[in-house]
Design a protein around this ligand. Structure first.
Ligand code: ADP
Ligand code: MG
Length: 327
């Protein structure tokens, strides 16, 4: 395939939306903004060997490339609309490309998102996705909006993707583990679920929000710095999947996966105490597990306590490019 056959192969599969005046094929896409909305824009890149293994399934790479960007829109309480895709490919492999789009479009269709353009080059395998979504003025959930006394909430479960990563690097990393548990942990790593419906439901209810991509402590740390506040977290409240509790029974090891492990793509947000019933009802209507893990305090920094009330000092906060080695 040459570059243009490849682009045509992409174009032929993409569903369009009425607000796309001109999609793939010209020098730029032409898009109609709905009135009374702000445009929320976010980009993420996945590099082979850094964000996914050379052995990863192309369907999973396509799914995750879009999922991680959509997760950013969820954390802003924005409704997804359009995406652009920057593809750097070592070879023009039709089978790889078709599989990649099976995964990418599966998620795009679910969220009525249209791929409206991109760029295709030859080089090391790297995928950049930019997503565009809508949010009414004043309704986005920003990192600097936490308030003293807010509860700190997290969706879903934490630590699964980090345990999946450990298993991917070494199938024996967690000792003996059931096949169902292994499958669950690996699927959490390869196919994260962006919490878009719930993000929208948090408009007007939550104060600050972030998605947990680099590790809970690192990401919550961004909220605390932006809001110039601190937090108290109770490790006993961290939401734990059945698979993770079965696979890792050592508390310290499990808490480390849950507080510093990346790639969960759950939402962490703060909200005033009196929003609690509405927030719980919203989670229920999204069929989403929701846990209150602590509270915002005025003293800067993070204080963690184990279930007995003793303080716990984490050995690390999360993943940082240029700092952490991929082991
Ligand atoms: P130009 O040289 O003018 O930048 P390109 O040849 O890069 O145009 O792209 C031609 C058209 O195909 C453009 O509309 C572009 O947005 C689209 N396109 C290129 N690569 C991709 C891709 N990976 N995914 C979606 N659209 C793409
Ligand atoms: Mg181009």
């Amino acid at each position: 395939m040459d570059e243009f056959t490849l682009i045509e192969r992409i174009r032929s599969r993409v569903a369009t939306r009425p607000d796309v005046m001109l999609g793939i094929g010209d020098d730029a896409a032409l898009l109609t903004m709905p009135t009374g909305q702000m445009l929320a824009v976010s980009t993420d890149t996945l590099n082979e060997g850094v964000h996914f293994a050379a052995t990863a399934r192309c369907q999973d790479v396509g799914f995750k490339a879009l999922a991680v960007s959509l997760s950013d829109l969820a954390a802003m309480a924005a409704e997804p609309a359009w995406a652009t895709l920057s593809l750097s490919l070592p070879i023009a492999d039709a089978e790889w490309l078709d599989g990649f789009f099976d995964g990418f479009l599966e998620l795009a269709v679910q969220h009525r998102l249209s791929l409206v353009g991109g760029d295709t080059t030859c080089g090391p395998l790297s995928i950049g996705v930019t997503v565009h979504g809508f949010v009414p003025p004043g309704q986005a959930l920003c990192r600097d909006a936490a308030c003293v006394g807010d509860d700190i909430w997290v969706t879903g479960t934490l630590g699964d993707a980090a345990a999946g990563l450990a298993l991917q690097r070494d199938p024996e990393a967690l000792g003996e583990i059931g096949e169902d548990q292994r499958t669950w942990l690996l699927s959490r790593l390869h196919r994260p679920t962006p919490r878009l419906d719930f993000g929208l439901a948090l408009r007007g209810l939550a104060h600050a929000a972030i998605d947990v991509s680099d590790g809970l402590l690192a990401d919550l740390g961004h909220v605390l710095r932006a809001s110039a506040l601190g937090a108290e977290l109770e490790l006993g409240q961290l939401p734990t999947s059945e698979a993770l509790s079965a696979a890792v029974d050592d508390d310290t090891r499990r808490w480390t996966l849950q507080t510093a492990g990346g790639d969960d793509y759950e939402l962490c947000f703060t909200a005033p105490k009196d929003s609690e019933p509405t927030i719980r009802a919203a989670a229920e209507s999204c069929a989403l597990r929701l846990s209150c893990i602590g509270r915002i305090v005025s003293a800067p920094g993070l204080r963690l306590t184990v279930p007995t009330g003793r303080p716990w000092a984490p050995s690390r906060l999360g993943y940082q490019h240029f700092v952490d080695e991929l082991t």
